[in-house]
Design a protein. Structure first.
Length: 115
């Protein structure tokens, strides 16, 4: 299993970014996918989840209405569209899947929101 995140960067308060996570090494269409984030000195926290085939999505209360998770099964990619970004969203963002009893993580992509 390999997960490779991209799309992070520096953005101003109120700006937008779209993160991507390219998945390989497993049957992507059969597994739910999540995004997490971790700010310096803080624990990693769950952000969003998308079920197989995008049949359902869930979001942390802190990002509801601002973030949208989606998936492209043809390209084995999961996305996180982030709008109205706030400085407190500055974190490293990771995608994740749970397969055969273990969690798999990418290396993360840094998002920095300036005030």
């Amino acid at each position: 299993v390999q997960l490779v995140e991209s799309g992070g960067g520096l953005v101003q308060h109120g700006g937008s970014l779209r993160l991507s996570c390219a998945a390989s090494g497993f049957t992507f269409s059969r597994y739910g996918m999540s995004w997490y984030r971790q700010a310096p000195g803080k624990e990693r926290e769950w952000v969003a989840f998308i079920a197989i085939a995008g049949t359902s999505t869930n979001y942390a209360d802190s990002v509801k209405g601002r973030f949208t998770i989606s998936r492209d099964t043809a390209n084995n990619t999961v996305y996180l569209e982030m709008n109205s970004l706030k400085p407190e969203y500055t974190s490293k963002y990771y995608c994740n899947t749970h397969k055969d009893g273990r969690f798999y993580w990418g290396q993360g992509t840094q998002v920095t929101v300036s005030s």
